[in-house]
Design a protein around this ligand. Structure first.
Ligand code: NCD
Length: 307
């Protein structure tokens, strides 16, 4: 990869994606066998929003590559609480680490911060914007289960605020994919994302009813309604719990449907299907480690890390 930073999925070409997935497959074989790759490399974790998977899998990936992490910790315990700007935090942290992973509630925050740093910066979620490293592990999981070409995918739930959706939809335009978006009218894809997909020549349909497309799907990517992004609680209550899948839903789907979810789930997927062969979401979360190992490996190489 030639990029210094990973800010949106729009910057990823098909070749970039294939490079990451190929390297991730190498690491997945034996993640513990690569501690000589970047000994001493330090990754800064700056999470201004909650995270379990993204933060812990980046930490695991850095350590598996022989490196380590420094963690800003909770916003309440950092100088952000004293009023420090994101630009200043970024400028300071780049002097401590070989790479930065940033999650922030404001859309565009990662791009802004990246302008102040020379070490590679990964956008680990900027508000309702993008989450490209999640997309790479989503693509890896899709590739493992259904293949990335001649694919029919349903993407369901909060398409308006779901940053994983925005990034995934863009990245899928690099492949021969039919994308079906399923959501209530009020949570449709933002106009800007629809425009970009159209410009990229994507094969896209929108639906309010999952049953309209369910039998055709190879993959169903379910998302959480992003409660924290709703301007008011009543709007959230109006759509909460509307799109749920359970064992009965699966009866109307293909036997080999792969059900994915970036997690955390609230109630969109009934735990009764967790043990079914269709449930792919925990494997998906585990794939975060080899995929983020591959991403860090490539970014550290490109960034001229001597290790
Ligand atoms: C997602 C996120 O933070 O956007 N979580 C994740 O990184 N796996 C999805 C979500 O919070 O719903």
């Amino acid at each position: 990869m030639r990029h210094d930073h990973l800010l949106t999925a729009k910057q990823l070409s098909r070749a970039d994606i294939e490079t990451v997935l190929e390297r991730a497959r190498e690491f997945a074989g034996d993640p513990a066998a690569h501690a000589e790759r970047h000994p001493g490399a330090l990754l800064a974790l700056c999470f201004f929003e909650p995270s379990t998977r993204t933060k812990m899998s980046f930490e695991t990936a850095a350590k598996r590559l022989g490196g380590d992490v420094i963690d800003m910790g909770a916003v309440e315990d950092s100088s952000v609480k004293k009023g420090e700007s994101l630009a200043d935090t970024a400028r300071v942290v780049e002097g401590y680490a070989d790479g930065i992973v940033l999650r922030h509630p404001s859309q565009g925050a990662a791009r802004m911060a990246s302008e102040f740093v020379d070490v590679p910066l990964v956008n680990a979620g900027d508000g309702a914007g993008h989450h490209p490293s999640q997309t790479l592990l989503d693509l890896y999981t899709i590739d493992e289960n259904a293949g990335l070409d001649d694919l029919t995918i349903g993407i369901m739930g909060d398409l308006k605020y779901g940053r994983t959706v925005h990034s995934l939809a863009h990245a899928l335009t690099n492949f021969d994919v039919r994308q079906h978006f399923v959501s209530p009218e009020s949570l449709r894809l933002p106009r800007s994302v629809r425009y970009d997909l159209h410009e990229a020549g994507a094969n896209v349909r929108e639906h309010e009813d999952l049953d309209a497309v369910l039998p055709e799907l190879d993959v169903l990517y379910v998302t959480r309604i992003q409660r924290e992004r709703f301007p008011d609680e009543e709007e959230y209550e109006a759509v909460a719990g509307e799109y749920r899948i359970d064992a009965e839903t699966l009866e109307r789907a293909r036997d080999d449907l792969a059900v994915m979810h970036p997690l955390p789930r609230i109630d969109e997927i009934d735990p009764e299907i967790d043990e079914s062969p269709n449930a792919t979401y925990f494997d998906q979360a585990h794939n975060g480690v080899p995929v983020r190992m591959a991403l860090l490996d490539l970014l550290l190489e490109a960034g001229g890390d001597a290790a």
